[in-house]
Write a protein that binds this ligand. Structure first.
Ligand SMILES: [Zn+2]
Length: 233
């Protein structure tokens, strides 16, 4: 935990120093092309906008996860393709905190309005993943979205029973559901409405487990907010 905090702090300081030394960032966060000082180049802005139009019907849907009886409300900005996918991957694997800042306003826009007592949280990443990557991309994104919405961001979920847990990748929807069962615990009783932020939703197994955990903790209203949604092959 301490190591994680130090790494995050170092990264923030690093980004701050970079901003001081190179105030006019000229590289697009998404494609790496010339952006003339903006985080995104004009092409990527247009592509993301177009992708958003295409994804529009799916931006708010009742996700019927495999094996889950209750649907949940999921809001996603884009399908997990092209520039949107690239942005999410930058956030996840390249520790590109600017990517969170680029994605957050899009996400905030589709979840409004929110009652002022809403708390923003995230599905805690498995501790060994955080150790490996030195960073919890879910937390980074949740904090950016909360800042955008002017709402508090707080860890409400902890990962438990992870010893038996297999990586979700490559598992079928049904196996994913079984795999994540009882792997989250709430950190406190939850009486406020919650927005659960994640980068991408695939089968919804992890999100559903988090929603159920929050509901068991007393949460009256949970909405899931993701940057992208992937369709399982
Ligand atoms: Zn670009």
């Amino acid at each position: 935990m301490d190591r994680q905090r130090i790494l995050r702090w170092l990264r923030r300081v690093g980004n701050g120093v970079e901003d001081l030394l190179f105030p006019d960032r000229s590289e697009c966060v998404c494609c790496g092309g010339w952006s003339g000082g903006a985080y995104l180049c004009g092409d990527c802005v247009r592509q993301l906008e177009q992708l958003r139009m295409v994804s529009q019907p799916a931006k708010k849907w009742l996700h019927p996860p495999a094996g889950g009886a209750d649907p949940m409300r999921v809001y996603s900005v884009w399908m997990h393709v092209h520039e949107a996918r690239r942005l999410v991957l930058k956030l996840k694997f390249r520790h590109h905190s600017a990517a969170a800042g680029v994605i957050a306003p899009y996400m905030a826009e589709i979840i409004r309005p929110c009652s002022p007592d809403t708390v923003v949280t995230w599905a805690a990443t498995a501790p060994d993943h955080v150790r490996q990557r030195g960073w919890d991309h879910g937390e980074e994104l949740a904090r950016a979205v909360a800042k955008e919405l002017g709402l508090p961001c707080e860890p409400l979920l902890a990962r438990v029973n992870t010893s038996h847990l297999r990586a979700q990748r490559g598992l079928t929807a049904e196996k994913r559901m079984k795999n994540v069962r009882n792997t989250y615990a709430s950190l406190r009783p939850v009486t406020e409405p919650v927005i659960l932020v994640d980068d991408v939703i695939t089968t919804g197994a992890t999100a559903l487990e988090c929603v159920r955990t929050l509901q068991r903790a007393g949460c009256p209203d949970v909405r899931v907010l993701t940057a992208t949604q992937a369709v399982m092959k």
